[in-house]
Ligand binder design. Structure first.
Ligand SMILES: C[S@@+](CC[C@H](N)C(=O)[O-])C[C@H]1O[C@@H](n2cnc3c(N)ncnc32)[C@H](O)[C@@H]1O
Length: 223
């Protein structure tokens, strides 16, 4: 649990904000020097997501997606804008959202809102999103804030909408990273937080073909 590794909650958040302020607004910056794995990541995410957008009578709509912890819009540009009519982005780092306006190019006109806000303080507009995508950012929230945020995401979903978490998973327990002020949780801890938020897991998949030296990465779909 984060309560065991996060000593000072205010400092946990302010340190992370400071860390990201100094990171260059580039794909490599978003991925901590692993910019070269971006295409593998996006291609797998597309395959995962299309199962929900294509299958059956209860298929997920394509009107609007929300990119959470969006950074410069790496995912918005290559995954969400090609599949959804409109996208909203939310991130705590103002400079990344500013960069997004040029990085996204012409298609960026379909980004409806750039919300500069910590996810711990953000409430998606109710009944607004077909997909809420949360990638490589849950470690910046405490357990309670993550569970509360997921509850608010559930309210933000349109009919047949899904919340997707894609993130690093620890082998066991909760591991603190003092450099960027984040935690990495194991699969059971994440599943417990999802359940506590009142969400049901629909799919869970391990990312393949990532470098051996990094954490395992899992994608979860839920509603
Ligand atoms: C590892 S980057 C991932 C960016 C993007 N999701 C991607 O995969 O390209 C983490 C992002 O989370 C943002 N972030 C950190 N703490 C946050 C918080 N509490 N609320 C919202 N965004 C946060 C950072 O500004 C940064 O853009």
């Amino acid at each position: 649990m984060t309560s065991e590794v996060v000593e000072d909650e205010m400092e946990f958040y302010s340190k992370a904000e400071k860390y990201w302020k100094d990171v260059p607004p580039t794909v490599d910056g978003m991925l901590g020097g692993y910019g070269h794995i971006s295409s593998i990541d996006i291609n797998s995410s597309k395959k995962f997501l299309l199962k929900f957008l294509r299958d059956g009578p209860n298929r997920t709509g394509t009107t609007c997606a929300l990119d959470c912890g969006a950074g410069i819009g790496r995912i918005t540009k290559r995954l969400l804008l090609p599949l959804f009519k409109a996208v909203d982005m939310v991130d705590v780092t103002e400079d990344f959202l500013t960069k997004a306006r040029t990085y996204l190019g012409d298609e960026g006109r379909r980004v409806r809102n750039y919300f500069c806000c910590g996810l711990q303080d953000f409430s998606p507009e109710p009944n607004s999103y077909d997909v809420i995508w949360i990638q490589w950012v849950i470690g910046h929230l405490t357990d309670d804030h993550l569970s509360d945020f997921l509850k608010r995401c559930k309210v933000g979903l349109r009919p047949n909408g899904i919340v997707v978490i894609k993130d690093n998973m620890a082998q066991e327990g909760v591991i603190m990273d003092d450099v960027d002020s984040s935690v990495c949780r194991d699969l059971d801890v994440v599943r417990t937080i999802v359940r506590r938020a009142g969400l049901n897991l629909l799919a869970e998949e391990r990312q393949e073909n990532f470098p051996d030296e990094i954490y395992h990465v899992y994608t979860f779909a839920m509603r």
